[in-house]
Write a protein that binds this ligand. Structure first.
Ligand code: PLP
Length: 366
């Protein structure tokens, strides 16, 4: 069987280095807020090009904390609106509603799957305070136009960079394009921990200090609490593993790019709509390789039969979820059609040549 993502194989590529680190943290007797987190934060900031990086418990927390900090700083308040793509993983939206912010959904571009920048301005109201851009599937969404809109309306740009670590726009890495960014190191992400982990990057010192305090019980001095905070910390073991894997992310993303290029050039089934390779290939790190077909369920069953594991990212858009029934009357036809048609094929740095060939052959014969 061709696994959608063979995580064991991914991590065993660095077995010796990771096992040594795990053992050394275990033996150190120091498990939180120590040198491993510090080292990873320094290396992550340097990789992204941002002034600051802060390890947190997971990607959802990274995003929640950014908006919570903006609220504590008086930049936003409950009831304010944040523009967010209608087709995203639910976590992007949860980060807003958890803070009492109102998500205002914007349709995606049918070719890139990312927020359609040309549809942003019509959604801006006097209550709009930010645009939460999601670099979905590992593809950056950014442009001069987006920057200008944000500037003109004095909106913060927050990046949901859970899927696109290492992607670059005009030589700038995702996570350093807007005012702040949230990262997820969920095991299946391009840079994955051995459990939950996340980070925030920013160049804003005040925001950074505020998030650091909120994530640590609202305290920046032991037993002195300035915010009603939470506990959201990256632990030493996860940081140590991530620090090892961060060194290889460029290479890992390069391998994904090569595989994506092959799939795009060698799959030639008119029933299957392939993703677009951006003109500047650095803009994409291929977290997932999403194809579309009206016969999606039939196609998935066929691939399963052929021993090829696939996943639907995602079957139900946020505004159609039970959790957000207040938005169920809204209509986003591009988003809804995508959710009915998308299927993610396996793509990871550990796919073997025969597996790539088998995927291409099976898709072409459907
Ligand atoms: C994975 C993901 C998140 C959430 O990250 P967790 O670490 O699982 O909390 C947020 N947004 C997007 C787009 C994601 O893919």
């Amino acid at each position: 069987m061709i696994k959608f993502l063979d995580l064991q194989k991914v991590n065993l590529q660095h077995q010796e280095e990771i096992e040594n680190k795990l053992l050394s943290v275990f033996r150190s007797g120091w498990y939180l807020l120590g040198s491993e987190v510090k080292s990873f934060e320094t290396n992550l900031a340097s990789y992204i090009g941002s002034k600051y990086a802060l390890g947190v418990a997971n990607g959802l927390d990274a995003l929640r904390l950014i908006f919570r900090a903006y609220i504590e700083l008086g930049v936003m308040k409950a009831g304010d609106e944040v523009l967010v793509p209608a087709n995203t993983y639910i976590a992007s939206v949860l980060a807003l509603s958890d803070n009492g912010l109102v998500p205002v959904f914007v349709e995606p571009d049918a070719n890139t799957y990312n927020i359609d920048i040309s549809k942003i301005e019509e959604k801006i109201s006097p209550k709009t305070k930010a645009i939460l851009v999601v670099h979905l599937q590992g593809r950056i969404v950014f442009s001069e136009e987006l920057k200008n809109i944000a500037q003109k309306h004095q909106l913060k740009i927050v990046e949901d960079n859970a899927q696109a670590i290492g992607a670059e726009w005009s030589g700038i890495k995702s996570g350093n394009l807007g005012d702040a960014a949230g990262f997820s190191f969920y095991p299946g992400k391009n840079l994955g921990a051995l459990g939950d982990a996340g980070a925030v990057t920013t160049n804003d010192k005040e925001l950074f200090d505020t998030i650091r305090a909120i994530a640590n019980y609202g305290s920046n001095q032991k037993y002195v609490n300035i915010y009603k905070g939470l506990n959201s910390r990256l632990d030493e073991i996860q940081a140590a593993v991530l620090d090892v894997k961060l060194k290889y992310i460029g290479h890992e993303n390069g391998t994904r790019r090569k595989i994506a290029k092959r799939l795009i050039s060698e799959i030639n089934n008119p029933k299957i709509l392939l993703p677009e390779n951006p003109a500047d290939e650095n803009e994409h790190v291929w977290h997932v390789f999403v194809v579309r077909t009206e016969k999606r369920d039939e196609f998935q069953a066929y691939l399963t039969e052929k021993g090829i594991q696939t996943i639907i990212h995602y079957p139900i858009p946020p505004h159609k979820q039970e959790a957000y029934k207040e938005y169920s009357d809204l209509s986003f036809p591009i988003t809804e059609k995508m959710h009915d048609e998308v299927l993610s094929l396996p793509i990871s740095s550990v796919l073997e040549e025969e597996e790539i060939q088998a995927i291409i052959k099976a898709v072409n014969e459907f």
